[in-house]
Design a protein around this ligand. Structure first.
Ligand code: IVH
Length: 669
């Protein structure tokens, strides 16, 4: 591709990626799957790698962090960043409303209500629509400059939507936080590496943003939501509600769950409803923020030394309670990892009875010094497994001896080995706990996708010794299934069909299904695309694995040791002997790829294929699916409700296909 074409394509990809970020983070209405997003992203990365001089600092690929700093620079805020007074009870919120009405001399005051995000507060400065500076709240008067760290957050736009005419200068306040599933995954990664787990999502967010090395921040799943204009040039919106709407128009993420309330009773109702769905939200909130809606009224109400008079944090019942550790059990995971688990005297924390809490790993137990009999404070965030926040010293109490990891597996009695902070059972498939985990993983949606092979069935198959390794799944007979709990003729047939159906599998899914340590969906795809056949993967050693882009020494070591293991090779051989067909990835030969060099753009709904499938077909045949139409586009496939891309195609004279014509083209290829 020549430079001009590359520039056009790069511009189109950047525009598309920014638009998808906006749709995802601001509008909460994504139009493409994560896989598709990753593909566009990779396409841009590849093009920029081929044309390094076309890389600009505001490219979506550049959210990777900058060279590390020696310290975080202190920076004074333009206006003090206030805090909020908080209340817990209905009486308090009624009193708040009464105070507002009295001070304003108004019979009724209306409010905007939004979640109180549990993260850390930041100030963001945009000049002429470009993000120029960001700081933490610090002590309210002076914060720390975390501009380069904030640049790594995909939800933070580096440019505002220029067509919405944002003010020349805009200072907004928002909250940086971590979603609950991201938090859990991060903690898993941290403890697997032997690092200390974060106590809660808020600590994780703070620890991730206040980094000297922004590359670390870039690897942490932080998001931002904006809830306040702290300063702007030009006219200010008349109400807080309009303020939030303006933020969204300008391209900034604002609280999705915002509500206007005409009376304080409505506020109380929203509080009740939100508390009830608290656990369904993907992030942790610890209450609502109630704000007087009219800004002229806010101004009249003014502020106290550290908090505004016109807003209040209306908290939910706290989710920390005190209880006693009755025992410390050890559970065995899919890859054999031993995880200590505190068995607690049951206690109700925020409406849910808690009787166990994860202790992550042996180091964590030692660090928090948790022993049987101790009094502890347990904390629950969303539906994350509860954790022990801290131990509470009870004066004069005689304590048990410190906890020690067992030296035999509690499930199969095999020897326990140690790797850093990590203890694991060496029993592998001989350990029922590991075998169950391995089969569940093999059958899961993103692996072999065997419907009907859930936890309960797997447990029975293993306990009844019907399945002793993955290959045994393919020798199961109906009579055997009928012996199990919960199986009737029809369900047994369905499961056997599903198993039969799984015999044709892509290399990527198969590699994922093997459950090799450190090999998830992404790495499985990388391996499949690089090596193309299972034999090639199996013939590769550590060094050659490491030479593959994205595969580091740890993954390479894990791959080598998996494929070296006789038992694993035997199971794979047996799987193949029993009819498992692992599809090789087609070679990138021009003649075998009739669509090589051809670019397709899909627009409007596709009824027969669906977008993802259509794109997959094009790619299989060597073509490329792009997001936007340019002169380089060869075909635009337009569904019935196609819009601007279709017009663009007509304007540029690009060939337009209906879905049926596209289907015919594929057939022919
Ligand atoms: S408004 C002048 N709105 O809660 C008003 N704060 O306890 C300033 N917070 O430091 C704050 N979600 O970090 C506001 N929707 C929201 C919020 C929010 C979370 C945080 C903020 C503040 C703390 C006060």
């Amino acid at each position: 591709m020549n430079k001009r074409d590359a520039q056009t394509q790069i511009d189109a990809l950047r525009t598309a990626l920014r638009r998808h970020d906006y749709l995802y983070y601001v509008k909460d209405r994504p139009e493409i799957s994560d896989t598709e997003y990753d593909r566009l992203f990779r396409e841009l990365t590849d093009l920029e790698a081929a044309h390094p001089d076309l890389v600009t600092p505001d490219s979506p690929t550049q959210r990777v962090g900058a060279p590390p700093l020696d310290e975080l620079k202190k920076t004074p805020h333009e206006r003090p960043m206030l805090s909020l007074d908080s209340i817990l009870d209905r009486e308090d919120v009624l009193a708040f409303d009464k105070r507002m009405r009295k001070e304003l001399g108004e019979p009724r005051v209306n409010y905007t209500v939004e979640p109180k995000f549990d993260g850390l507060s930041v100030e963001l400065v945009y000049e002429r629509g470009t993000f120029v500076r960001g700081a933490t709240r610090g002590d309210g008067a002076t914060g720390e400059d975390v501009t380069i760290n904030l640049r790594t957050l995909r939800s933070l736009p580096l440019h505002l939507q220029s067509d919405a005419h944002p003010p020349d200068r805009l200072v907004v306040r928002g909250e940086v936080y971590m979603q609950l599933d991201d938090f859990q995954a991060l903690n898993r990664r941290m403890t697997e590496r032997g690092d200390e787990a974060f106590a809660n999502p808020r600590n994780a967010a703070a620890g991730s943003l206040r980094q000297l090395d922004s590359k670390i921040t870039a690897g942490r799943p932080l998001v931002v939501t904006c809830y306040e204009i702290m300063g702007q040039s030009g006219p200010v919106p008349p109400t807080h509600w309009d303020e939030l709407e303006a933020l969204v128009r300008w391209g900034l993420p604002a609280p999705a769950h915002r509500k206007q309330c005409a009376t304080i009773e409505e506020v109380i109702a929203v509080h009740r409803e939100t508390e009830a769905i608290r656990d369904e939200l993907p992030y942790e909130i610890d209450g609502l923020v109630v704000k007087v809606n009219r800004r002229d009224w806010q101004e009249r109400l003014g502020e106290k030394s550290r908090s505004p008079r016109w807003a209040i944090a209306y908290k939910f019942t706290p989710r920390k309670e005190i209880t006693i550790v009755q025992d410390i059990a050890v559970s065995v995971g899919r890859t054999g990892t031993l995880t200590p688990l505190a068995l607690l005297k049951p206690v109700e924390v925020g409406g849910v009875t808690i009787s166990r809490a994860t202790l992550h790993n042996a180091d964590e137990v030692a660090r928090k010094d948790i022993r049987v009999g101790d009094t502890v404070k347990v904390e629950r965030a969303g539906d994350v497994i509860p954790a022990i926040a801290e131990r509470i010293e009870v004066p004069g109490q005689k304590r048990e001896r410190p906890f020690q990891m067992p030296d035999r597996c509690p499930v199969c009695d095999s020897a326990v080995a140690r790797e850093g902070a990590y203890y694991y059972c060496t029993g592998q498939a001989a350990c029922p706990a590991q075998l169950k985990g391995a089969i569940e993983h093999y059958a899961s949606k993103s692996a072999l996708n065997i419907e009907g092979l859930g936890k309960k069935t797997v447990a029975q198959l293993v306990e009844e010794k019907l399945v002793n390794n993955l290959a045994d799944l393919y020798t199961l007979r109906k009579e055997q299934l009928l012996e199990l709990d919960g199986f009737a003729d029809r369900s047994a047939s369905l499961l056997l069909n599903a198993i039969e159906h799984s015999k044709r599998v892509t290399l990527e899914r198969f590699l994922m299904g093997l459950g090799i340590r450190q090999v998830g969906q992404h790495i499985a795809r990388v391996l499949a695309e690089h090596f193309r056949t299972l034999d090639a993967v199996m013939a590769t050693g550590r060094d050659a694995f490491e030479r593959v882009h994205e595969i580091g020494p740890e993954i390479a070591a894990s791959l080598e040791s998996f494929f070296k293991e006789d038992h694993n090779r035997q199971v794979i051989e047996r799987l193949r002997a029993l009819g498992l067909m692992i599809e090789a990835v087609p070679e990138a030969r021009q003649d075998a790829r009739p669509f090589a060099g051809k670019t397709f753009v899909f627009t409007g709904g596709l009824e027969r294929f669906g977008r993802d499938e259509a794109k997959r077909r094009v790619e299989q045949l060597g073509g490329r699916a792009a997001a936007s139409v340019s002169k380089q586009t060869d075909y635009v496939v337009a569904g019935p409700d196609a819009g601007s891309k279709l017009n663009q195609a007509k304007k540029l004279g690009v060939k337009i296909l209906t879905e049926a014509e596209f289907a015919a083209l594929i057939e022919k290829a």
